[in-house]
Every structure is written in structure tokens, then in C-alpha cells.
Design a protein. Sequence first.
Length: 181
Amino acid sequence: MIIYIIRHGQTEWNITHKLQGKSNIPLNSEGIKQAQNAKLKFNNIDIDFIICSTLDRAKETARIINTDKNIPIKYDERICERDYGKLEGVNLRDINIFEYMNYYIDKKVEDGESIKQFFKRIYSFLRELENKYKNKNNEKILLVTHGDVSRAINCYFNGIPKNGNVQNLMIDNCEIKEYKK
């Protein structure tokens, strides 16, 4: 099984450094261009199916990538962005985001998810995917998702850093990562 991960295209909140979490923010014009460029990269990759976050920015990215391919898309809330509760919409410069990005500190967000709760959700999804497709070596799956989800997926396949800090593990908008199992 090969899993491709792509983070959604850029949004206005990405530019203004606002914490998006589960806020349903659409792609901006640059995000649409990024998704169109990602589509070109996937023209030479045979994807068997797509699993996508239920948030609009991911759905729009998946729709653009899937233009001309017409691959079935399954939507799954488990790969939605981390719930930042009361911090949604807060400028990242106004908080110490590193406190929320250390697996061992595990600081809870008011009305949101701690990093361990979030990782548990993503790991459960990935274990289910592995179990379902473990005997299908050539199955190619595209996950269209979010920055924090990309951090959790990286840790699932590569382990949590010794210092617990996952801040630098996020991929850029429309960056693609590949994992094999």
C-alpha cells in the first residue's frame, strides 16, 4: 500500500497566520493555483481512491486534483484538522503555539483537542486503513488533508521526535508526501 498525503491549498487564514483548525475556510486564488499544479503532478500517478477531509478547503483541493481522473472520493471526518476550540481564528503570533505542538507537554486547548487526543484520532484512522489494505501492495491511496494531520501521519510512520516537538513536521500547502506500508 502506498499512501500519498497532500495538504490543502492556501487560504486567507494561512496568509494572515490565523489558526484554522476546524474552521471551514475556503481556498484563496493562490490555493486554487496550487491545487491545479498538484493535479499536474498526479497526472502520472495512478490513484486507486481518494480519502478527503470534510472541510471545504480540502474538498476543493481534492475536487481540483480529481478533475479528469474521476476517482471515487470518500470523505472522512477523522482526517479533519485538529480542533483548536477557543483558539480558532487567533493569530499564531499572539500565542505560544509550541506549547500545543509538543506531544509530551500535551497542553489541552479549551473546547478543543490536545495533541495526544488528536494523534489518537489520526492513528486510529491509519491503523484501520492499514488493516483494510495490508495485503494490497500496489494499492495507491491519496489523503487530502491538513497541516496538523500531516504532522501526525509523519509521526505515525517515522516516530515522535525525542523532544516531542512536532512543530516543524508540517508540510506546505499542496506539498505531497509519500509513505509505503
